[in-house]
Ligand binder design. Sequence first.
Ligand code: SAM
Ligand code: SF4
Ligand code: SF4
Length: 367
Amino acid sequence: MTERIIPIADNRYQQQIPHVPADAPAPSGLLTDRRGRRLHDLRISVTDRCNFRCTYCMPKSVFSKDYAFLPHASLLSFEEIERLVRVFVAHGVEKVRLTGGEPLLRKNIERLIEMLASLKTPAGEPLDLTLTTNGSLLGRKARALRDAGLKRVTISLDALDETTFRRMNDVDFPVDDVLAGIAAAERAGLAPLKINMVVQRGVNDQEIVPMARHFRGSGHIVRFIEFMDVGASNGWRMDDVLPSAEVVRRIHEHHPLVSLQPNYPGEVAERWAYADGSGEIGAISSVTQPFCGDCSRARLSTEGRLYTCLFATGGHDLRALLRGGHDDAALSAAIGHLWGQREDRYSEQRSRETAGLRKIEMSYIGG
Ligand code: SAM
Ligand code: SF4
Ligand code: SF4
């Protein structure tokens, strides 16, 4: 008999129902944490499964075929997600991102999109609803996603070079199929697209300039992301991080860049435009230039735990409230209390010691 692999983030099963005082009041309106940061964005992991095994996210050594992914009954249902999103929206969330794992693996994801696309903010605006995907299933699904009400999509692509890309996704997935997914998304009207590239020194940094060149003039925005110490299984070392400043320097050497103002205060990506007007790129420097000071993001895990930071070691079980028959006022009270207590600023405090903490895996918490 094969040994059952215990998930490395097994502490997820031991987390408790939110310790919300019984008399916590249900807040009304916008929520602000202890550092004065508003709750504005919600990222929802709709599945902890993925068809890729990116070495920096779900390495095969941990996420093997014996890995115990969550059983279906543990996942939040679409109705449960919608109910939570309604409560979050009442408290200031305007932007919702579906992620995972690979969100397009979740059966009937189009139905969830349809449900969320019909929600409105208190000001009567539709939500800014988007999704991050590895692009492998977009060729088949882009049109249906758009028809369901999705407006935008972010696609991850770490290299154009076939050998490098296959080595990174570690399931031999061809670049051309992701490029076909990108083209399908474009045809379906999901453009302008954002293309995420996680840069690892010595692994794919030779692909920075080719990626910039390939998407220059396409209207799509490549965002170069510093490799982060998320989770507890990707073997992160500071030496593997190529600072964004170096990414920008390398591109600028070939295609001169000029700095752009952020689209809105607290935008995560630093914006750069090609001086010749052929488009823009983004640089996300979570390691070398942390942006915790403006962080307005909450994360809902696949099984309904609320995390107030990507690097959290513990989350709060909202599913227990949903399934325990509690009303929306109780959900509001829990969310309000948890956000009100929030002090997270992991990236600002990152050190050799924090890198070794048993943090929750990104595929579970939602990237
Ligand atoms: N499977 C989808 C995808 O790959 O786009 C969505 C989930 S994935 C966890 C979301 C994003 O997180 C991807 O763009 C991925 O490249 C990024 N990511 C994963 N692990 C990372 C790490 N260690 N450092 C930086 N970004 C990471
Ligand atoms: Fe899957 Fe996305 Fe993680 Fe790659 S980054 S293993 S595609 S969840
Ligand atoms: Fe936000 Fe935590 Fe990332 Fe800081 S480290 S930007 S608080 S998610």
